[in-house]
Design a protein around this ligand. Structure first.
Ligand code: HEM
Length: 220
């Protein structure tokens, strides 16, 4: 355990862990979107899918990994920013002088990652509270989710949270590979394109749900 913590003292290892946990969270987000697409269909299918998930002990194992990944990702990203701030005199100046064309852009982009990350955390705290922590298995989940998505305050929050998630993934996907030191003349542009596609599909995929709930009142 102490050895593991010492390893995390290394800023490169920290960056790498932020990237790997970020990619794990993207994978969860893809699965989460696919599962939630059932909201557009028969409520019984949606509720049946949720009941199946809740009946499996694997859900709790998955949740341990999910929340550990969230915790590591958030804490190390914050540690990275705080350290970056302390070393502002050196770190960012070095970055700027090395790439004068990109320096300000990288700095702004990094700051936006932290800002969008904090806003997404706020959204997720409300979301997990509403749909995971205070949800009882007896309640009709489809009706509950649609009710939340149609709510004049929660609906826009879910819309904004979804778009922010898409934006965060757009910047984060590329930098996860960069942090791991992966750069390849042929594959890097494809990784960047895949990141853009993922960000659009995930951001818009979730964002259409509150719009649909408003427009159709949750019925077909
Ligand atoms: C906007 C449409 C969304 C809908 C309809 C939706 C629906 C749900 C539902 C029904 C649950 C409870 C699942 C359960 O009880 O097993 C849940 C949990 C969760 N959602 Fe979402 N979600 C949406 C967007 C998002 C977004 C954008 C994220 C960001 C990555 C996200 C992350 C999570 C997390 C972390 C949990 C807790 C998982 C757990 O503890 O098992 N959701 N969501």
């Amino acid at each position: 355990m102490t050895g593991l913590l010492t390893l995390l003292d290394n800023p490169l290892v920290r960056k790498w862990v932020v990237g790997i946990t970020g990619l794990g969270l993207v994978l969860y987000t893809v699965l989460h979107l696919v599962g939630n697409l059932a909201i557009f269909g028969d409520p019984a299918t949606y509720n049946g899918y949720a009941a199946m998930l809740h009946g499996s002990p694997l859900l709790y194992v998955g949740e341990v990994f999910l929340y550990a990944a969230f915790a590591l990702h958030i804490l190390l990203a914050i540690a990275f920013t705080v350290n970056g701030r302390k070393a502002r005199g050196q770190g960012y100046k070095v970055m700027r002088s090395k790439r004068p064309d990109r320096g300000n852009f990288d700095l702004l982009s990094h700051r936006l990652m932290i800002v969008t990350g904090i806003l997404i955390l706020g959204f997720l705290m409300v979301h997990v509270w509403q749909l995971r922590l205070t949800h009882s298995d007896e309640i009709d989940l489809h009706a509950k989710v649609v009710g939340i998505l149609r709510h004049p305050a929660w609906g826009p929050l879910y819309f904004i949270g979804s778009i922010l998630t898409g934006w965060h993934i757009y910047r984060g996907f590329q930098s996860a590979f960069r942090s791991a030191g992966f750069h390849h003349a042929r594959y890097t542009p494809w990784i960047n394109r895949a990141g853009i596609l993922l960000a659009i599909v995930l951001g818009l995929g979730f964002a259409v749900m509150p719009i649909w709930a408003f427009a159709t009142k949750g019925g077909m």
